[in-house]
Design a protein. Sequence first.
Length: 140
Amino acid sequence: MKPRNWFRARAASLALISGIVPVATFHSAASFARAQDQIVQLRSPQSVRGFIGGESHDSYAIRARKGQKLTVQISWHHEGSNEADFSVSESADFSGDIVGFGTKSNGGKSWSGKILKTKIYYVYVTAHTTAHYVLKVATE
């Protein structure tokens, strides 16, 4: 009688030969790409923690009413010369333009602006090289 591990080893060899492993790897990469495009809905006030880096971004959305003040702040764990950044946009598409109102302060770590139109606004977080960050968003 052959041990159970023998069957697992044979199944793994067969999968490798038949090309199942590359398909599974492709599926994982596709799942990862979809996860990068997900937009997390925020409420006010809310703080979220994340990890970002490389060529990716994290996407957040918050609904704000005309006349409200929207405030966004970011902080991160400094490791070497890493840096986290964010942008505020009216576009659900990361490649869209940033909003034409509001000002950044505190070395780019804070942004606030008076909302001109009731709608959903998007906050995109990026980092060079990588960063563990905390994003705080609030409307008043």
